[in-house]
Ligand binder design. Structure first.
Ligand code: ZN
Ligand code: ZN
Length: 419
């Protein structure tokens, strides 16, 4: 039987709402996207609830769903995915957190949760090292911080004797105080973990507030990265690999640790490409080239290409930048389309959730979905945007979890139900 290849492009946080400065349109409606539109014209479109109507997904639970899993069954906290994505080995007893280098005032009121998004890799590494040398004095090798990209990092607390049932110190809001970590159940493990996290927060501030890197940053007019906030305590999830569940040899190309971690957790091979760092300034040509190579030379059935820039721009309330990111992806997609045999390939484009630029955070709106393939009967949608997907799209009532089975179905890698 003829089989096909599939490329899934996930534009993180791409879904949006009416924006007054765009005359009530969305960034996808305003962006010039001739290549996405040509796929929309030849394929089927629609709106899809990634988890369920009105549930604002995190990028982790959303990607579990888009990779074909029930997030309510498989999710064990964000931190473990961050650790996996940063190539940190975890044992089942360890707890990991997503960490942010952030800016606070002397009363620990949040000025910027991402230290202005201007932290360089070198600065991040240097600051993490400084925090670690102090942590080592208190906790030995049991507690350490790893810097990943920009303001992002991972805090690991080695077990046994620790628990993921503790609260965040990151209040997810500016102008309020850093939160105290508290246990979320009555176990001694949760109590101990919360104490370690609070000690960690103190140490991070003590080490970072007058660190030379921050003194230099202030001189340069940048915000100091003077504290480390944590959230999303997690332990290693137990997930049956995608190859076993869906019979797909799958790879994921991503720049951010969280997405790499989710992909790894479901058994995908994880790649990154030059230019792909998980920022709104990313470039995509090399990523699309790698996707082509993995699909047509390395024997993968499915490649997922993750674009973070759309979400990053939305969190910064910047629709113009979001439009630019969408247009950059479209240009790179155009070059890719010229190089591949479209009679061999299915292409799915969607978002993991909406991140409306007016809100600056995730929302549970349905997201646009595009399903292109050589054998697909097209609907009348001719543009990849919220309005056209809703009005003219044929795909209705889908959830994120349905995509992988649909892809397996179209590329003839599915298992029959019954005889
Ligand atoms: Zn996301
Ligand atoms: Zn986001």
């Amino acid at each position: 039987m003829k089989t096909y290849k599939a490329l899934m492009i996930i534009l993180d946080g791409c879904g949006d709402r009416k924006i007054p400065s765009l005359a009530g349109r969305t960034p996808l409606e305003v962006a010039r996207t001739p290549n996405l539109d040509s796929l929309a014209e030849k394929g089927m479109c629609g709106l899809m609830y990634v988890i369920a109507p009105g549930i604002p997904p995190g990028s982790d639970t959303a990607h579990l769903a888009l990779f074909g899993y029930d997030p309510y069954e498989t999710y064990t906290g964000r931190g473990a995915f961050e650790a996996l994505g940063a190539n940190i080995e975890l044992s089942p007893h360890d707890v990991a957190f997503r960490a942010n280098f952030a800016t606070v005032d002397e009363n620990w009121k949040i000025i910027d949760r991402r230290a202005g998004r201007t932290l360089t890799d070198e600065e991040g590494r240097e600051l993490a090292e400084a925090v670690n040398s102090e942590l080592k004095k208190v906790f030995g090798d049991k507690v350490f911080l790893v810097h990943t990209v920009e303001h992002r990092g991972v805090l690991v607390i080695r077990g046994p004797g620790v628990s993921r049932h503790v609260s965040n110190t990151d209040p997810h809001e500016i102008g309020v105080r850093v939160e105290k970590c508290v246990p979320l159940d009555d176990s001694p493990e949760a109590k101990r973990t919360a104490e370690i996290v609070n000690k960690f927060t103190e140490i991070s501030y003590k080490v970072l507030k007058d660190h030379p890197v921050n003194k230099r940053r202030v001189k340069e007019g940048k915000l100091p990265a003077n504290i480390v906030l944590v959230r999303g305590a997690g332990t290693l999830p137990r997930i049956e690999p995608i190859g076993k569940v869906y019979g797909l040899k799958a790879a994921c190309i991503a720049g951010v640790a969280l997405i790499k971690g989710v992909a790894k957790a479901v058994g995908m091979d994880v790649y990154t490409a030059p230019g792909l760092r998980g920022t709104a300034q990313d470039t995509y040509d090399a990523a699309f080239d790698l996707a082509r190579e993995l699909l047509f030379e390395k024997g993968y059935d499915l490649v997922v290409l993750h674009v973070k820039g759309t979400d990053a721009a939305s969190h910064d309330f910047n629709p113009e930048l979001k439009i630019k990111v969408i247009e950059e992806v479209d240009k790179a997609l155009g070059k890719f389309l010229e190089k591949v045999d479209l009679s061999q390939l299915y292409i799915v484009v969607t978002a993991d959730h909406a991140t409306p630029c007016m809100i600056g955070d995730h929302r549970g709106d349905p997201v646009p979905l595009l399903f292109y393939g050589p054998d697909i009967v097209p609907d009348s949608a001719k543009r990849f945007c919220e309005r056209e997907c809703a009005e003219k799209g044929a795909l209705k009532g889908l959830r994120g979890r349905d995509l992988i089975p649909m892809i397996a179905n179209y590329i003839n890698k599915c298992k029959k139900f019954g005889e």
